[in-house]
Design a protein around this ligand. Structure first.
Ligand SMILES: NC(=O)c1ccc[n+]([C@@H]2O[C@H](COP(=O)([O-])OP(=O)(O)OC[C@H]3O[C@@H](n4cnc5c(N)ncnc54)[C@H](OP(=O)(O)O)[C@@H]3O)[C@@H](O)[C@H]2O)c1
Length: 337
């Protein structure tokens, strides 16, 4: 099967299109004939080896973290899916394999694709949808009394997170620049801050919860915006010891994360707040709920822009430049409805 792989860590030049064997399924797995696969920052971070300490790759590695497609085959003990059903999923970080004509995955991380989305649009939902869901519901336990700042409302994760927070009834602020303003205009938030032209300092001590999707200086600058006992959750900062526990990483990782995140945790504490890092986990049940919200028109998703494998250099350059104004997906299979 045609696949986009890497045989070493590196920049865009590490990608290769190669024929690879079609995966087999174990008793709890489903083989998906892939229609589309979403592109995400995690794909180039993995390619560059930034996560190799706790997610080392085995080469040759088929890249690709999320897909939409059709169930081609099921393992003997699969109960949730039947051949021919339309599905979508976020693949496990340590297996990936979405940039290929077929991929196998455990049934518990798969869900039926939203009926109202085409395969291309559905392929761009699982990773960002689950990330937003898990931060807002599982980690922040956001409530309607909370005031939340979602950094980067025009970004793929921020766009969904802002809507979920609003759905709960929280008071939602988000940041955006001129180039993303038309994107957040599509959704209902209480306050939009232009992070390029407006001084965020005027929102000092304002938020119960901050969802940081940007990291680095933006994360550091966000700390002073926390209210007393406010909580900041980042998906782009530095993992903490709790992250290691949550992900089931070993003690070495836990100690490493303790040292690496020390300054951020201390900074949050100096504002009487707390800092946590969240790694999203694949989850079929949550994807099912997300699909229902999309189909009920209660959750909007970003428009997608399609590329073929052969255009992977261009597509990844666009993604890595931060200039992609849509969700990027590869069109992989043919003859899908
Ligand atoms: N930990 C996890 O499990 C996890 C899961 C998913 C994603 N992530 C990470 O989360 C990050 C965001 O992912 P994404 O898919 O949402 O990225 P994306 O779609 O590329 O969005 C990036 C957005 O960041 C905004 N931005 C850039 N600089 C900013 C600043 N200083 N302040 C506020 N906004 C700023 C841009 O907004 P404008 O266009 O308005 O300028 C852009 O829309 C990536 O680093 C990704 O690797 C982590």
């Amino acid at each position: 099967m045609k696949s986009l792989i890497i045989e070493r860590y590196g920049d865009i030049s590490a990608f290769k299109i190669k024929e690879m064997p079609v995966p087999t399924v174990t008793k709890n797995q489903v083989l998906i004939r892939v229609s589309h696969a979403g592109l995400n920052p995690i794909d180039y971070k993995m390619r560059e080896g930034k996560l190799r300490l706790f997610n080392p790759l085995r080469f040759p590695q088929i890249m690709g973290s999320e897909v939409s497609g059709v169930v081609e085959e099921i393992g003997d003990e699969v109960t949730k899916f039947r051949k021919g059903e339309f599905v979508y999923c976020r693949l496990d970080k340590d297996r990936m394999g979405g940039f290929a004509e077929f991929v196998s995955a455990n049934e518990d991380i798969i869900a039926l694709k939203p009926e109202t989305l085409d395969f291309a649009t559905a392929a761009g939902v699982p990773l960002v949808g689950l990330t937003a869901w898990q931060v807002i519901y599982d980690h922040a336990h956001l409530s309607r009394d909370n005031k939340i700042l979602v950094q980067a409302g025009a970004g793929s994760v921020g766009f969904i997170a802002s809507q979920l927070a609003k759905r709960i009834g929280a008071h939602v602020f988000t940041t955006v620049s001129d180039r993303g303003i038309h994107i957040v205009e599509e959704i209902d938030v209480d306050h939009v801050i232009n992070y390029k032209t407006q001084d965020l300092d005027r929102f000092k001590n304002n938020f119960d919860v901050i969802f940081d999707t940007v990291g680095e200086q933006t994360l550091i600058n966000s700390m002073k915006l926390l209210k007393r006992e406010g909580r900041i959750f980042s998906i782009s900062g530095i993992p903490t010891p709790n992250t290691a526990d949550y992900m089931g990483y070993n003690t070495f990782c836990k100690v490493l994360f303790w040292f690496a995140s020390y300054k951020l945790r201390k900074l949050a504490k100096s504002f009487d707040g707390s800092y946590e890092f969240v790694f999203m986990k694949p989850d079929g049940n949550q994807l099912e709920i997300i699909a229902k919200l999309i189909d009920k028109k209660e959750l909007k998703v970003r428009q997608v822009r399609e590329f073929h494998f052969e255009e992977h250099h261009f597509a990844f350059r666009l993604l890595e430049s931060g200039e992609a104004r849509s969700k990027l997906v590869f069109k992989i299979g043919d003859n899908f409805p």
